[in-house]
Ligand binder design. Structure first.
Ligand code: PMV
Length: 323
């Protein structure tokens, strides 16, 4: 067997995953729904070789310490268990995403790892099973196996917690403008942040209702290409997720001053007749959902405020591919 390379794209959740029900199996508290993006992806090559005494993980040209590579090695262990492969792996991964700045590099990274490692070990997994394997590295990676709009169905155990394509071929002229405000590592990891929200926010039970309602409402809106309803839901859902961080004990936030300024700019754009909506993950970077026709107005305004280098236009992207 030889080295296998897989490419997976990031995704942005429109209805967020924020809380684990089972930290070992990585089962979420709720289902979630995302859009895979074309601009941000990870290429990962995996090779099981005889000359190693431990897994070797290189990310963006740097060898990771055993602590930093713990989740990667966990996924490799699962692959070894499933395949009977006994050798250690050489993993080489390149992120075409600002790592850990809330642009969900872990989503593309663990989807690509699941794909490359399983094939390198001789397994031929369906994309559904790949999504289950990717989930064990990072929850959001579950959805990055598929392109377009994707639902991660929470399920109740390892077998039933998986991604289902909601609409893989997106024939809707929409865009997601990513604003890179801070490419540094986040201070509170998503794992810590969501766990703290689950255990200490008095609003957590209400969040589960919010997600169920938002999922039920956003699906028909997407199918109808109802931009306003989709935008209103994704913005409100993101704010309610962030309300869990503000209401945790101790409270915390992923926003910085520029995040707040961007949200205001989006509201100003809307008031001036340019429809657009914002969402944020576990970091300060804001993503702006808009229609293709309004891209010039949105990007011009954001570039004037933050600099053209910080503004990246993304569109619906594809599912996992083997290179
Ligand atoms: O699975 P993680 O650790 O990448 O957590 C993802 C959490 C959010 O990005 C904030 C929401 C989501 O559904 O992707």
């Amino acid at each position: 067997m030889t080295a296998v390379t897989a490419r997976a794209h990031t995704n942005i959740a429109l209805v967020k995953y924020w809380g684990k029900a089972d930290t070992k199996l990585m089962l979420p508290q709720t289902s979630s729904l995302s859009l895979t993006l074309d601009q941000f992806y990870t290429d990962t090559t995996v090779d099981f070789v005889s000359d190693l005494t431990a897994d070797e993980v290189v990310l963006n040209g740097q060898v990771l310490t055993p602590t930093a590579s713990q989740k990667v090695r966990h996924v490799l262990d699962l692959v070894r268990q499933q395949s009977g492969e006994t050798r250690f792996a050489r993993v080489n991964s390149t992120n075409h995403v600002p790592t850990a700045a809330g642009l969900a590099s872990s989503a593309s990274a663990f989807a690509a790892l699941a794909g490359a490692a399983s094939r390198a070990a001789g397994l031929t997994l369906s994309r559904t099973d790949l999504s289950r394997l990717a989930r064990r590295g990072s929850g959001s990676a579950t959805r990055s196996v598929f392109g377009g709009f994707v639902e991660w169905q929470a399920g109740t155990d390892d077998a039933t917690s998986l991604a289902v394509p909601f609409q893989e071929q997106v024939d809707w002229p929409i865009a997601m403008v990513a604003l890179v405000l801070d490419p540094r590592h986040k201070k509170v990891s998503s794992t810590q942040g969501m766990q703290s929200s689950v255990t200490t926010s008095p609003y957590y039970p209400a969040w589960k209702t919010v997600v169920a309602d938002d999922l039920a409402a956003i699906k028909p809106a997407i199918l109808a290409q109802d931009f306003t309803t989709t935008g209103e839901i994704l913005e409100a859902n993101a704010m309610r997720m962030h309300a869990l961080t503000l209401s945790a004990n101790p409270p915390f936030s992923y926003f910085n001053g520029e995040s707040l300024a961007t949200m205001q700019t989006v509201r100003d754009l809307r008031a001036s007749g340019v429809p657009c909506y914002y969402t944020l993950d576990a970091g300060p970077n804001v993503k702006v959902f808009c229609q293709e026709a309004d891209l010039p107005a949105v990007t011009t305004r954001l570039a004037a405020q933050f600099g053209a280098d910080q503004v990246i236009v993304a569109h619906p992207g594809p599912g996992i591919a083997f290179l």
